[in-house]
Design a protein around this ligand. Structure first.
Ligand SMILES: Cc1ncc(COP(=O)(O)O)c(C=O)c1O
Length: 506
């Protein structure tokens, strides 16, 4: 954040402005920051650590420096292991006495510190603070509450992740979908919406929620050029950007870190060099709130992640957390602090794991694409994108070739957003056929943001999203056996659906 960073407090919701801090936590913070050592603490109902029924945690993990390809060797059961430990009564990076006590909503200082160091290393944001979360779902939904009032409009990709976008609907927040292409959100389309916004009908959107790498569901990754344009627009239109980026480290088609001879430095420096810059790293105003998670790079059950934001939002987030979920769980924080500490993998070791993990997912992606080419493409009824990151492919079905495809359904009195084809009906019929044939793929209609003529206007050239919802999302996160089985069944289902239309119930 620059010295002259703008005041962004007008973005806070009524709830965020009115919510009182937990006064007991304030007193506790005062004691901690005073640095006094001999304090008779009779303030809180904190169970004494001698009553915690464990004295050490031993984490046995892959030895990432001994293995050539740690993920492949780990899966094959041939990877050497190493251990690190957390203790209650001996020296370690984060004592179990603290890890399992009531503590600060932003996370334990030791864990916060290793995550801040990691954030500084990869994203180098000026003047940002780290707040621990229970993963990105927790982080994002807290941010929605922090920034949204009933009647507000938020911007997002026109196909977005309903696990997140459904959350604020019941609080009266409405979504505006921005048109996308294979590269994700089209910045010019976002500008059009903001420029033409009729403020007599509602406050102009002030929040943009995006997933910039391996977008869920389309698998698209925003180029650096688009990121820069989007950030400039955020400055121009006073937007905050919620950068939900759980797939950041799963970027494919980058050079392997150990095969970049011209670059000197540590393994982590070489690994980081080719990753696309985050939107947070472009942030000079403090208007990017970035949300990271360990779910996709370690395990979803960690339920641990972190928000990187400017101090104003950090403070408000802590207020929510102190009287809500409270700090994230001790096991996760102990593990992360030891893992990133001197006796653990350290940052270099984590990068070795990430490098190997991304190669593993790249192999899975390539295997799915190969199966698609073998089983689905020859039907001529579907095509697929090649995602540069994440866990999903976006398969487009050519419903125009279906014998029951009906164009021209709209009459002159219909609004610009009313569908003029029966593509949505065909999509759902094909989805049911897939389910009958034991293959589960996600229909794009569950991800599409409903359009409103309020921001589309009366543009007759506009193709309604309901006529463009002709995709299925499939993941390559599973085993090769599962991927092959799924693609064989999807290909056969498509063939039956298009070539035996009498069996289709429309
Ligand atoms: C875009 C996106 N955001 C958030 C999440 C949830 O992440 P977490 O497990 O950290 O809550 C997912 C999980 O699939 C996701 O795809």
């Amino acid at each position: 954040m620059s010295q002259s960073a703008p005041d962004l407090s007008h973005h806070l919701s009524k709830e965020a402005r009115e919510r009182l801090p937990n006064p007991m936590k304030d007193i506790w913070r005062r004691v901690v920051s005073s640095g006094r050592l001999d304090v008779a603490n009779m303030a809180n109902g904190d169970p004494h650590y001698s009553l915690f029924p464990f004295k050490q945690l031993v984490f046995e993990v892959p030895s990432v420096t001994e293995a050539q390809d740690p993920v492949a060797e780990w899966r094959a059961g041939t990877c050497p292991t190493q251990s690190f430990r957390s203790y209650k009564d001996e020296d370690c990076a984060l004592s179990l006495r603290n890890a399992f006590q009531y503590t600060h909503g932003a996370g334990l200082p030791q864990c916060q510190k290793v995550l801040k160091d990691l954030t500084d290393f990869f994203f180098a944001p000026p003047n940002h603070t780290v707040t621990l979360t229970l993963g990105n779902s927790d982080g994002i939904t807290k941010l929605f509450r922090l920034l949204g009032d009933s009647g507000d409009y938020f911007l997002t990709d026109e196909f977005s992740f309903p696990g997140m976008t459904n959350a604020p609907l019941s609080c009266g927040i409405k979504w505006v979908g921005i048109k996308m292409d294979a590269g994700g959100i089209i910045p010019e389309e976002m500008e059009k919406i903001l420029k033409n916004w009729d403020e007599t009908k509602g406050r102009r959107p002030h929040v943009l929620y995006i997933v910039p790498v391996g977008q869920n569901p389309t698998g698209s990754t925003l180029s650096l050029e688009r990121r820069q344009k989007i950030y400039c627009m955020a400055q121009k239109w006073d937007l905050l950007i919620l950068e939900d980026d759980p797939y950041y480290f799963l970027q494919y088609d980058l050079p392997p870190a150990e095969k970049i001879p011209e670059v000197e430095g540590t393994y982590s420096q070489r690994f980081a060099k080719h990753l696309i810059p985050t939107i947070l790293s472009l942030d000079v105003d403090g208007r990017v709130l970035r949300v990271d998670s360990f779910s996709k790079i370690l395990a979803p059950g960690m339920r641990l992640g972190w928000i990187t934001s400017n101090k104003l939002f950090h403070k408000k987030l802590v207020t929510y957390t102190d009287s809500g979920t409270q700090h994230p769980h001790g096991f996760g924080q102990a593990f992360i602090t030891e893992m990133l500490g001197e006796k653990g993998w350290h940052l270099d070791g984590l990068c070795r794991w990430l490098q190997s993990l991304r190669l593993d997912y790249k192999r899975r992606r390539d295997f799915l694409l190969e199966m698609f080419r073998r089983e689905v493409e020859p039907t001529g009824y579907a095509t697929v994108n090649i995602p540069q990151g994440g866990m999903f492919v976006w398969m487009e079905v050519h419903f125009e070739r279906h014998p029951h495809y009906r164009p021209g359904l709209r009459d002159a009195t219909s609004s610009a957003v009313a569908p003029r084809t029966n593509i949505e009906t065909l999509l759902l019929a094909l989805f049911e056929k897939c389910m009958e044939n034991d293959v589960v793929v996600m229909p794009s209609s569950i991800f599409s943001i409903p359009e409103d003529s309020m921001w589309i206007g009366n543009d007759n050239q506009h193709v309604p999203i309901r006529d463009r919802t002709k995709f299925f999302r499939a993941t390559f996160a599973g085993t090769e056996e599962n991927i092959e089985k799924g693609m064989v069944r999807f290909g056969r289902t498509l063939k039956d659906f298009f070539e035996q239309p009498m069996t289709v119930n429309l």
